[in-house]
Design a protein around this ligand. Structure first.
Ligand SMILES: [Zn+2]
Length: 91
């Protein structure tokens, strides 16, 4: 699990914009991200602990836990929209 910071998520989002992977919602905070070129699919999970945000991806670099991969960068775009919609729905 890697803590999300504004610096590392920005890098991950930039990479995701270049790769343009396909993001599917499995459930709130759980997404599957597919590389359209290779067909490789990984699961990205977001969690919130003590108001700190964490991301987990089951790809190689995600498991090493050193930096946020582009799967996380792609999934967070969908996650933010979904979280806002849920917030609006409950408000
Ligand atoms: Zn990944």
């Amino acid at each position: 699990m890697i803590e999300i910071t504004s610096a590392n998520i920005e890098k991950a989002i930039t990479k995701a914009r270049q790769t343009k992977p396909l993001v599917k919602i499995i459930e709130f905070r759980l997404y599957s991200v597919t590389n359209k070129t290779t067909g490789a699919t990984y699961e990205v999970k977001f969690s919130k602990i003590n108001n700190r945000k964490f991301a987990q991806c089951d790809c190689k670099s995600g498991q090493q836990g050193k930096f946020l991969c582009y799967h996380v960068g792609a999934a967070i775009g969908v996650h933010i929209v979904l979280a806002e919609q849920m917030h609006t729905a409950t408000a």
